[in-house]
Design a protein around this ligand. Structure first.
Ligand code: NAD
Length: 476
């Protein structure tokens, strides 16, 4: 597939392509250009040239265009879902949900077009001020492979609605659906140069985008180590920055919780997308009074999960996205076993046999009796592995949950308002769910604290980060 620069397809040199692999089969399904600094420069220049015209359109016109694009995404959602499953690995149901989720986001921003009102300030005899919110110029977006379509929506929606132009670099493992959606935005009428997608490696294309002096704002989603490098690159020319980084979300289940509902929540919260979600439940804290019943019910659920190629019917969980992700997951579980930092209750191995041999499959894994200082609780495990800690009371659950360096999401499962209040007040997180986990509708601000990042995406406030105030002082 070709990349889109300034609306035209750019041909890469014949020997300069990146293979895209189906994680369920290990087969190469397509290739995209191995974009470098030159392609990034060309895309940024195209975006810069398009800015004047795009920023002069009304917000209502821009909103209508996003709305039309959302309609085209809905028209093609089945094909887009299949493509996403083929490049990312998630079950088709999850892939089509993600595609429709992207349409939801674009429709949300279309619906709030006109919202970021400025203000007027009266200074009495000294005059009056009119304070507008104006777009920033060329923005950059760098996205990961785990939820590439939703994350594209989180960045494209507010950036374009606010009147900016954008250069977007997808992850090399999952560029195909992003490219198709960019083409649908063009089909909806987006002028050339307003959205430019450049495929290429992070170390070259990504770094060139982050360090480009014409980029006024960069929104990055990915891991903490890359986020720190990007902060240096973007900081060198004072670009404003949103960093959506990793997470190690705790789920706390108290003795008064609805156990069956919480078990369902743990399965979905940890094993959706094979555990490769920033806000997945990565640590489960169970009150000791219900731990036995909870573990027994959870084990039954995990052993009934159907793992396989996401295109097959009734699949609950697909493969990991790459051999590297698989190796990291294997290593986290083996380290836990070797150090005797927990007991594997279910799973704990690669899946073998017909349908599994060439893909990157790992079993849904439950690890009980995890030591509070176990490595698996400290690092972000981006795979289908759930470590469980039993706690005597709420205070210990909160204390243990806060031992992580991350602070993205957290959930508490209880019927008691006092418990909710205490968790909301004391836990380090950007979002605290009560009796649910994972859900982030377009209206809800999303982002973390600690090493989970800076800034927020989603919701109408995201428009603030894609605009700045500009004051007209009327000295009558
Ligand atoms: P990653 O940091 O390796 O890659 C993310 C993107 O950055 C890719 O497009 C990659 O090509 C690019 N990149 C890599 N090195 C770069 C560099 N030096 N300069 C510029 N760009 C570079 O992350 P990943 O492993 O692909 O994604 C998984 C991580 O993302 C996990 O930690 C996960 O928790 C996090 N994540 C966070 C959120 C959130 O909203 N907080 C959402 C999804 C994923």
């Amino acid at each position: 597939m070709d990349m889109l620069i300034n609306g035209a397809a750019a041909q890469a040199a014949e020997n300069s392509w990146i293979d895209v692999t189906n994680p369920a089969t290990g087969e190469v399904i397509d290739r995209v250009p191995d974009g470098s600094r030159e392609e990034i420069n060309a895309a940024v220049e195209a975006a810069d040239a398009a800015f004047a015209g795009w920023s002069e359109t009304t917000m209502r016109e821009r909103g209508l265009l996003l709305y039309r694009a959302a309609g085209l995404i809905r028209r093609d959602y089945k094909d887009l879902g299949r493509l996403l499953t083929n490049e990312q690995g998630k079950p088709l149901r999850e892939a089509t949900d993600e595609v429709r989720g992207c349409a939801n986001i674009l429709e949300y921003y279309a619906a709030i077009a006109g919202q970021p009102a400025g203000e007027s300030v009266s200074l009495g005899k000294a005059g009056d001020c009119l304070v507008n919110r104006v777009p920033l110029g060329v923005c950059g977006a760098i996205i990961p492979w785990n939820m590439p379509v939703i994350i594209m929506g989180w960045k494209v929606g507010p950036a374009l609605l606010a009147g900016n132009t954008l250069v977007l670099k997808p992850a090399s493992a999952t560029p195909l659906t992003n490219l198709k959606i960019a083409a649908l935005l063009q089909e909806a009428g987006l002028p050339a140069g307003v959205l430019n997608v450049v495929t290429g490696p992070g170390e070259t294309a990504g770094a060139a985008l982050a360090g480009h002096t014409l980029v006024k704002k960069l929104s990055f989603t990915g891991n903490y180590v890359t986020g720190k490098k990007i902060r240096e690159l973007a900081g060198s020319h004072l670009s404003s920055l949103t960093l959506e980084l990793g997470g190690s979300d705790p789920m706390i289940v108290m003795a008064d919780a609805d156990i069956d509902k919480a078990v369902e929540g743990a399965v979905r919260g940890r094993f959706y997308n094979a555990g490769q979600i920033c806000t997945a439940v990565k640590r489960l804290f169970l009150h000791e009074k219900i731990a036995g019943e909870f573990m027994q019910k959870l084990t039954v659920k995990l052993e009934g999960m159907k793992v396989g190629n996401g295109l097959l019917p009734h699949i609950d969980m697909g493969p990991l996205n790459s051999s590297e992700q698989l190796a990291r997951t294997v290593s986290a579980v083996e380290t836990t076993k070797e150090r005797e930092e927990g007991t594997v209750r279910s799973g704990g191995c690669r899946l073998a046999g017909p349908g599994f041999d060439t893909g990157f499959f790992y079993s849904p894994t439950l690890i009980a009796d995890v030591a509070p200082d176990a490595a698996i609780l400290q690092d972000e495990v981006f795979g289908p592995v759930l470590p469980v800690v039993t706690v005597p009371d709420l205070a210990s659950a909160i204390r243990e949950a806060n031992r992580s360096k991350y602070g993205l999401g957290a959930s508490v499962w209880t019927k008691d308002l006092g418990t909710v209040k205490q968790v909301y007040r004391d836990i380090h997180a950007g979002i605290v769910w009560v009796n649910r986990h994972l859900t982030v509708p377009p209206e809800v601000p999303f982002g973390g604290t600690e090493e989970s990042g800076v800034g927020r995406e989603n919701g109408y406030k995201a428009l603030d980060s894609y605009t700045q105030s500009k004051t007209l002082y009327l000295g009558w």
